[in-house]
Design a protein around this ligand. Structure first.
Ligand code: HEC
Ligand code: HEC
Ligand code: HEC
Ligand code: HEC
Ligand code: HEC
Ligand code: HEC
Length: 316
């Protein structure tokens, strides 16, 4: 804490050149510059250092401090300076965001929801990087999964991590995992600022818009709704919402597993009858069984997507 500095600077006329950032940074670039929170007798410290290097490299590095901190002109500061709202300059983005599922982050009524600086600048309003230079596809995905894969956070908000798990079994995710940079991740389909639930007709994932969402940026040219709903949707069927689909999905899983199991047992028993499998070596047999098991799993995990495709083609 630099209390002596502050007391000294209050009396120093040379520091009083308000209107440029250098004036502000004389105090705010000091390392570990902190002050009492001072609200309701709260004596904890609040860091007030602005990292000049990060700030000058940031996307706002050319703006003066006062472009954002309008009502702070000199020290001592006004009693309660207004909070800086990103919406003042990024009007359109902020107004979409205010209507989205995450709006409570912006109003500060639910700290489990994101605010602008959750995704831009990792919480630091003075270190916001230019989108195109820093954020990779994988990083963009992480912007959503830090919350949507957090079981406690989701449970507190009456939801689950299913969206992330189900997305991770799709081709889009597998491709990203192997280094692809142009396959779809969360914000490509849900948008970054205008995220709306599927039952909202204005949502990018609503049946009315999903085909356009798939066709964006030349991804799936000429996609229609059947294609889109079978390929883009990543949630598993739920018994309460889609009982028939749920039942058929489970039935086919059991049926496939049962058939495969019977088949494998048959092969194993046959090998044993001909050669006596213990003589062949249990290890070798086990690894063959494991291999078949893995292939079975890969096939079975695609069943929900295939069923959804059939449902949309035959029923919808
Ligand atoms: C003489 C040192 C000094 C200078 C120069 C200075 N500040 Fe501060 N600033 C402080 C101190 C100390 C605080 C802690 C709260 C207080 O005393 O008002 C603070 C608090 C702040 C806060 C947090 C206010 C809040 O309550 O949320 C902001 C924002 C801020 N300063 C911006 C600026 C800007 C912009 C400038 C340039 C126009 C500037 N400061 C110049 C010392 C300084
Ligand atoms: C692009 C807008 C923008 C610019 C430019 C900007 N700030 Fe900030 N600053 C913010 C936001 C947003 C916050 C956090 C919300 C708030 O306290 O209003 C903040 C908070 C602060 C705080 C309080 C720190 C805290 O943790 O609460 C200080 C001190 C501060 N800014 C100083 C500066 C100084 C000094 C400069 C110039 C070098 C500057 N700011 C330039 C947007 C800006
Ligand atoms: C005083 C107006 C102002 C405020 C307030 C402001 N910005 Fe900006 N912002 C700008 C300007 C101007 C640019 C463009 C800078 C450039 O392209 O050189 C910009 C650019 C950006 C970019 C980069 C866009 C890109 O194409 O890469 C992001 C992200 C961003 N701002 C986020 C924020 C966030 C988050 C806040 C609130 C913490 C905020 N801005 C507050 C004026 C502002
Ligand atoms: C959940 C994460 C998230 C939140 C919250 C978020 N953004 Fe973004 N934002 C992104 C992503 C991802 C991109 C890049 C989109 C792309 O590459 O197409 C982006 C792009 C931007 C851009 C530059 C591109 C453009 O569309 O102009 C600006 C400016 C911006 N955001 C400002 C904001 C502001 C202001 C807020 C708060 C109202 C905000 N963002 C909230 C994730 C977020
Ligand atoms: C800071 C945490 C946080 C971040 C970051 C975040 N979300 Fe959310 N999101 C939530 C919470 C909390 C809810 C409310 C619980 C719910 O309905 O699932 C929610 C709700 C949603 C919903 C509505 C779900 C429903 O059942 O109606 C969608 C869709 C969504 N988020 C997608 C995204 C996408 C896409 C991103 C990244 C661009 C993202 N979220 C980033 C916390 C977050
Ligand atoms: C290829 C496009 C696409 C991608 C990529 C994608 N989603 Fe989705 N998502 C959808 C569609 C379409 C639905 C609606 C599913 C349905 O109707 O059954 C959906 C549904 C959801 C829901 C439930 C929304 C509701 O209203 O109930 C959440 C939450 C969600 N996705 C989060 C995510 C997250 C987090 C990611 C990234 C890890 C992601 N999605 C990636 C297309 C996508």
């Amino acid at each position: 804490m630099y209390l002596p500095n502050i007391l000294y600077s209050q009396h120093s006329h040379s520091l009083k050149e308000p209107g440029n950032s250098a004036y502000c940074l004389k105090c705010h670039s000091l390392t570990n510059f902190a002050f009492y929170n001072n609200k309701n007798g709260d004596l904890s410290l609040r860091g007030l250092t602005v990292d000049t290097k990060l700030f000058s490299q940031s996307v706002h590095g050319k703006l003066t401090c006062q472009r954002c901190h309008k009502d702070i002109k000199e020290y001592p500061h006004s009693k309660a300076p207004a909070k800086v709202e990103c919406s003042r300059c990024h009007t359109q983005i902020a107004s979409s965001f205010a209507k989205s599922v995450h709006s409570q982050g912006l109003t500060g009524t639910n700290s489990d929801m994101p605010t602008c600086t959750t995704c831009h600048g990792a919480g630091n309003p003075h270190a916001i990087p230019k989108i195109s230079t820093v954020v990779t596809t994988h990083d963009k995905m992480k912007l959503c999964t830090t919350c949507h894969a957090d079981a406690d956070l989701m449970a507190r908000n009456h939801s689950s991590t299913e969206a992330v798990h189900s997305y991770q079994s799709t081709f889009h995710y597998k491709a990203i995992k192997f280094g692809a940079t142009h396959t779809a991740t969360c914000h490509d389909c849900h948008t970054s600022h205008n995220v709306l639930p599927k039952n909202n007709p204005a949502s990018s994932i609503a049946p009315q818009h999903i085909a356009k969402t798939c066709a964006q940026a030349g991804c799936h040219k000429g996609a229609n709704m059947n294609f889109a709903m079978s390929g883009a949707s990543h949630l598993s069927a739920h018994i309460e919402e889609e009982p028939l689909l749920w039942f058929v999905e489970k039935f086919f899983i059991v049926l496939t597993l049962g058939t495969m199991l019977a088949l494998c047992s048959y092969i194993l028993l046959d090998i044993q009858k001909r050669f006596g499998w213990l003589k062949l070596g249990t290890k070798a047999v086990t690894s063959i069984v494991m291999f078949i098991g893995k292939i079975m799993y890969a096939v079975i995990s695609k069943i929900p997507a295939m069923l959804r495709f059939l449902k949309h083609v035959l029923i919808d």
